[in-house]
Design a protein around this ligand. Structure first.
Ligand SMILES: [Zn+2]
Length: 276
């Protein structure tokens, strides 16, 4: 809805997007498929501090200026009531679950719908979990983070991040876990039709900033949308994900990266009757 949104708000966002365009990699892979080339443990010599040196294509991991994850610090965010409601239009579609060794990924094989960010459509590709969470809120790290990866027709990447603390079971994870439990590293399994609408966002409030993929090649120019709401998953659910991945990848969260003067926006719906 176009109402009274000041033009400069669009300009801020538009210039953010523009400034990121030239850094977007041409790779169509949203994240690396390799299970063994990098590690989360520094002692192995291929931990997060070394990722940029392991492969020439991964240089951004070491010298990038817009890396993810970051700490979402309330004191630093700009609150923009008119940013835009996140528009998700997902469709049930055939999917497979893959054990990539460094994580467990659900990948949609058919058209599973899209999100709309400032008039650009990004098609849903896959989702995967990190534990503990990669993004932190005012320094607090939670137990789990889901990344939902979307790609535009010109290969721009938009990721939705949802964090979880221990509590009640997450219904989407409940549905996926029975397939994940016995899935060997490197294998995939057909899931039939999976409705991405079953992934609950939990709130209309979200953070928005420009960052990168959090695993090599650490491609920059990623439009991040992080739900402000921390949802819940059980200890058993997080444990099951950790058990499924390759040994040594149980904790698969990249440490926080420098914000480096980047703008972090917070979308809050304006306080009208009936909105939350
Ligand atoms: Zn991820």
């Amino acid at each position: 809805m176009h109402t009274t949104t000041p033009n400069f708000l669009f300009l801020i966002l538009f210039s953010l997007l523009l400034s990121s365009l030239f850094t977007i990699a041409t790779s169509s892979e949203s994240e690396t498929e390799d299970e063994t080339q990098f590690s989360y443990i520094e002692d192995t010599g291929k931990g997060p501090k070394r990722w940029g040196q392991i492969n020439p294509d991964w240089k951004a991991c070491g010298n990038g200026a817009m890396q993810s994850p970051i700490d979402l610090l309330d004191a630093r965010v700009q609150v923009l009531p008119n940013l835009e409601k996140l528009k998700r239009d997902y469709k049930p579609a055939p999917a497979v679950v893959k054990n990539r060794g460094h994580d467990v990924t659900v990948e949609w094989k058919g058209y599973a719908g899209k999100i709309n960010i400032n008039g650009t459509y990004f098609k849903l590709q896959q989702c995967h979990w990190h534990s503990p969470s990669e993004h932190t809120f005012n320094g607090s790290r939670y137990n789990l983070e889901l990344h939902v990866i979307h790609l535009s027709s010109d290969e721009k990447i938009a990721v939705i991040g949802i964090t979880y603390k221990y509590g009640r079971a997450d219904p989407f994870l409940t549905r996926m876990l029975r397939h994940i439990d016995s899935l060997p590293v490197g294998e995939e399994k057909e899931l039939g039709i999976v409705n991405p609408g079953d992934i609950k966002f939990g709130s209309r409030k979200y953070y928005r900033y420009i960052g990168s993929l959090t695993v090599p090649p650490c491609t920059e120019g990623v439009i991040w949308t992080i739900s402000k709401k921390v949802r819940t998953a059980t200890r058993e659910q997080v444990r099951a994900l950790r058990k499924a991945v390759q040994d040594g990848y149980e904790a698969n969260a990249r440490p926080s990266q420098e914000v480096d003067g980047r703008t972090v926006l917070l979308y809050k719906p304006s306080l009208r009757r009936g909105s939350t």
